[in-house]
Design a protein around this ligand. Structure first.
Ligand code: AMP
Length: 540
């Protein structure tokens, strides 16, 4: 027997309509590409979202058509989030940090008809434009007087939407319809398209609000440094519309100084970003001896946060660093290590160790770990295996790809993890990065996080390289902080204090830079190739 309840579709436009009625006066503040600070309210945003929907409808965009963006986190990008998805279009947020050939490939694969681009990224788009087979129009996200001269191939965003009506009848359609598209920055092969739906997006936003999630409410002032071109800024634009939180967008100002200015001026309470961004912010705040008084929580994800970072946030700024884990394929929130009374009551060092874990799944997400034969492993905090996930905001397939990535309905994350009796998850490593030495496993992430705890170390990367006796041994590559110096022996002595003997890297190499992927993660593949013979040479 079916229940007798309304079957109202979960649509992104309903988030916007809700925001306008329930918190029309809540501010959205942006640092613009032009450099100034822009502020308006949800009631203003909604009028411009309607103009966007009218404009693209007039340009012939039909429900399901893909519309690209190459843009920073600003109010204009927000208008496209709601305007494009709201009318039934699919917003394809393009990561400008991808290689130009990858950008050309994904725009062609997605068959983008229009691309909305910030001035910053116009040269990038111009460089590949001749290769873009389906692109009909390029709209530049700037004021009319900032438009590049002599470019009648470009349309100005402000001029385009100014000509349109500020009312739009948001259509109702199947909540499973596609709403946005984000490509993974695969380190091998072509990027893969993850196609979110209205339903998955609204449910993910809902789940993210509660206190076991990101704890976002009307009183929150949310500053997503995580880009809107990478997994929808972790869903914060939708979560803000749902909760009435004030949004503060950093635009292109993701350096420590610009972030600090904005945090202080807008009294941000919740920050979200990857570890490298927080490192930049902490270093800047140290250099001017400043604190972040308004901030209560900062969320970190995308890569593991080292203990030294968790400690610095707490001891210097009284900010609880909330570890979260997810992927492009999981919308992205999978687990959150939200503060609980129990954890807050722990002695500091014990608490930091708990915070270093990636946390518990939020309701809707199921996790399990399995061995190579597919057998489920115990939740004992020790057994580690392939991390599998399922849930209503987890990808069931990739855009235009026939083969299913699922095994018995579960998505294999590619991560190796432990789960404890309370279902708290801790990432051990990416499966391809874990080091197999003499039949034992060594976590490259753990070693990196210990090494960056040394005050002389700016960034650390550990890779497994071939060894004649042990198969693989860890090699530590390190970038030192400006002006710092330390010997290999000193650094190994420091790292050795916190690990089992056989984990100790066989050598340390000081480098000037380390390769990263388009989403800021260490890119270890070329390093493994470059240093493949390093230990073989030494041992022979
Ligand atoms: P992406 O799809 O680019 O967002 O990358 C997802 C991957 O980033 C995950 O499969 C993890 O390997 C890694 N990742 C994300 N969050 C964390 C975290 N908090 N700690 C460690 N690794 C993480």
């Amino acid at each position: 027997m079916l229940g007798a309840m309304m079957n109202r579709p979960l649509l992104i436009s309903s988030l916007l309509e809700f925001a306008v009625i329930n918190h029309p006066g809540t501010e959205i503040v942006s640092r613009r590409v032009e450099g100034d600070i822009h502020r308006y309210r949800w009631s203003d945003a909604a009028l411009r979202c309607a103009r966007v929907a009218n404009a693209i409808t007039r340009l012939g965009v039909k429900p399901g058509d893909r519309i690209g963006t190459l843009a920073w986190n600003t109010y204009r990008h927000l208008e496209l989030y709601f305007g494009v998805s709201g009318m039934g279009g699919v917003l394809h947020t393009i990561n400008p940090r991808l290689f130009p050939e990858q950008i050309a490939w994904i725009v062609n694969h997605a068959q983008d008809r229009i691309i909305f681009v910030d001035l910053t990224f116009l040269p990038l788009l111009d460089a590949v434009r001749a290769q873009l087979k389906t692109l009909e129009k390029v709209v530049v996200l700037c004021d009319a007087d900032a438009m590049p001269a002599g470019r009648d191939d470009l349309v100005c965003y402000e001029t385009l939407i100014a000509a349109e009506s500020s009312t739009f009848a948001w259509p109702e359609f199947d909540e499973r319809s596609a709403s946005s598209l984000c490509y993974t920055s695969g380190t091998t092969g072509h990027p893969k398209g993850v196609l979110y739906s209205h339903r998955s997006t609204v449910l993910h936003a809902w789940a993210s609000l509660h206190s076991g999630g990101l704890n976002i409410g009307r009183e929150s002032v949310v500053l997503p440094v995580v880009p809107m071109f990478h997994v929808n800024a972790w869903g914060t634009p939708y979560a803000a519309a749902m909760s009435g939180a004030k949004l503060v967008f950093p635009g292109p100002g993701m350096d420590g100084k610009s972030l600090h200015e904005l945090i202080d001026a807008e009294q941000a309470t919740l920050l979200l970003g990857v570890p490298t961004v927080w490192l930049g912010l902490l270093t800047y705040l140290d250099s001017i001896n400043a604190k972040m008084d308004s901030v209560k929580h900062a969320v970190v994800g995308g890569s593991a946060a080292p203990l030294s970072m968790i400690r610095a946030f707490d001891e210097k700024h009284d900010v609880f660093l909330i570890h979260a884990w997810g992927m492009t394929e999981t919308s992205p929130l999978g687990t959150v290590n939200a503060p609980t009374e129990e954890v807050l009551a722990l002695p500091k060092e014990e608490r930091y160790l708990r915070q270093a874990k990636q946390g518990r799944p939020i309701f809707g997400v199921d996790l399990k770990i399995i061995d190579d034969e597919g057998q489920e492993l115990p939740r004992d905090g020790r057994a580690f295996g392939r991390l599998m996930i399922r849930g209503p905001w987890v990808a069931s397939g990739y855009y235009l790809q026939k083969d299913s990535p699922l095994t018995d309905g579960w998505f294999d994350t590619g991560d190796v993890a432990t789960l404890d009796a309370g279902n708290t998850m801790q990432i051990v490593d990416r499966r391809k990065d874990v080091i197999k030495s003499g039949g034992e496993w060594i976590s490259s992430i753990d070693l990196e996080n210990i090494a960056v705890g040394h005050p002389a170390v700016k960034e650390a990367c550990v890779i497994g390289v071939p060894h004649p006796k042990w198969d693989e041994r860890p090699l530590l590559l390190v970038i030192l902080k400006d002006g710092a110096s330390i010997s290999k022996e000193e650094l190994l002595g420091f790292v050795g204090k916190s690990i089992a003997r056989f984990w100790l890297p066989d050598d340390v190499i000081f480098v000037m830079e380390l390769p990263h992927t388009a989403t800021g993660k260490l890119f270890k593949l070329p390093l493994r190739e470059q240093y493949a013979n390093h230990l073989l040479k030494q041992v022979s």
